[in-house]
Design a protein around this ligand. Structure first.
Ligand code: AMP
Length: 421
């Protein structure tokens, strides 16, 4: 399949080319045509699959044909960062189309948003809370919205946005096209989908397993030695940006400080930061001012920094879905990436679930001197290590901190001991 198959407007085609998208990703190949044809869509797809362009491209194409004066497309996403990111993609793919988009979220002044709405926009990317505020105050005109996208619906649900979303949907015209994207389909999202989608085209892209281009390694470690292990892995010198996940805001902050004082260009991203500082951290990470970003799950939602070479789960995520989302930050759009997870003896239950989901793709790493404490350990791999299955797989055994050479960076492998656990 080719982007030319969709008959996009020449300006949109040029923008696709400028972004160097050679061919549609699987979700784009399956979603763009039905959206262009006016169908509702339910997309089961995780981040990194190219789902943003999958809905942005047909929305742009359709908006180029209709009346332009009012807000016609509304995209609702769970976080400010994701909202900004979608807005950015619209800016890139919609360049020179004359279409305008804006993002709306809380934590910043209401007035500039009202002013921008008054100037006229065609697409609004919004977080639910602030959008509902605007709707209730009458500062956004939703009467002409005929396309609605609910992005990362499962996370909107996790974050408690479902009641707001239902209120927003009640305020929208009933005659509209609706697209719902979610990485997972918990019951509440299925009910929402049943209620808001009309005879949707269902598209499912590899929703149970993290994208193939990521290789996955577990490192057993004692809780007290996690920071040492992190430093040890980092000291081997990854060349790509590294995203570290911590369970709490406080831990994210502490880890970033510890890395900073060891000479790394690290910063933290967590919910206690002002919007300004969050954006600073994200921009700095995106531009390479910081090479390491230590984040909590919620704060990291929607981060799309090209070339994140490694995701390191300093704290194991609570669920398999969270693991999928975290590791979806690397290996995006078929670039290769690595996901390292620190596993303490107390983590055995979640580690077991992730292990079952990854199957043969999971490799077990072991750094000399860092094994989980016997009193903690219950999840040490007992079987001989297996090779990773991954695209362009190296035939090397699995457990060295394999920052690959060349464009993917490298954790100098000699410093890391490796052996079957
Ligand atoms: P998303 O899943 O929308 O967050 O997209 C993940 C990444 O894939 C982003 O960096 C996009 O710019 C990139 N991307 C989207 N579509 C394509 C494509 N057709 N070819 C190459 N990269 C793409």
């Amino acid at each position: 399949m080719d982007f030319n198959d969709f008959n996009f407007h020449a300006t949109i085609r040029a923008n696709i080319q400028a972004l160097n998208y050679k061919e549609p990703t699987p979700i784009q190949a399956q979603t763009i045509a039905p959206i262009l044809a006016g169908s509702d869509v339910m997309g089961l797809a995780q981040t990194g699959t190219g789902k943003t362009a999958a809905f942005v491209l047909p929305i742009l194409q359709k908006l180029m044909q209709g009346p332009r004066k009012k807000v016609r497309a509304l995209i609702i996403a769970p976080t400010r960062e994701l909202t900004e990111q979608i807005h950015t993609v619209i800016g890139q793919l919609g360049r020179a189309t004359g279409l305008r988009s804006m993002s709306i979220y809380g934590g910043v002044g209401m007035q500039p948003q009202i002013a921008a709405l008054k100037r006229g926009v065609n697409i609004v990317c919004a977080c639910p809370g602030r959008l509902l505020d605007h709707i209730q105050r009458g500062t956004v005109d939703v009467s002409a919205i005929d396309m609605l996208v609910l992005d990362e619906a499962d996370h909107m649900f996790d974050m408690g946005f479902l009641p707001d979303i239902k209120k927003i949907i009640r305020a929208l015209p009933a005659q509209r096209q609706t697209m719902l994207f979610s990485a997972t389909m918990p019951d509440d999202i299925r009910h929402l989908a049943d209620a808001v989608l009309r005879d949707p085209v269902r598209v499912q892209i590899d929703h149970t397993a993290p994208i193939e281009s990521v290789s996955h390694v577990f490192y057993p470690v004692q809780t007290a030695r996690k920071t040492d292990l992190l430093k040890k892995l980092l000291s081997a010198g990854p060349t790509g940006p590294v995203l570290v996940f911590a369970r709490t805001k406080m831990r994210a902050k502490t880890i970033a400080h510890q890395l900073e004082s060891s000479g790394y260009r690290a910063t933290a991203l967590h919910g206690n930061l002002s919007q300004n500082n969050r954006q600073k951290a994200l921009d700095g990470f995106g531009r390479g001012v910081y090479t390491i970003l230590v984040a909590t799950d919620v704060a990291a939602r929607g981060i799309d920094v090209r070339g994140v070479s490694h995701v390191i789960n300093y704290d194991i995520p609570d669920t398999v879905d969270a693991y999928t989302h975290r590791t979806g930050r690397t290996g995006r759009a078929s670039a290769l990436g690595e996901a390292f997870t620190f596993v303490t003896g107390g983590d055995s239950s979640t580690a077991g679930s992730i292990k079952r989901m990854l199957g043969e793709r999971l490799r077990h790493g072991h750094m000399e001197g860092f094994a989980a404490d016997a009193s903690e350990a219950s999840d040490r791999p007992r079987r001989p290590m297996h090779k990773a299955r991954r695209p362009a797989a190296s035939s090397k055994p699995a457990c060295k901190p394999n920052f690959r050479s060349g464009d993917r960076g490298r954790f100098g492998s000699r410093r890391a001991s490796r052996h079957a656990a």
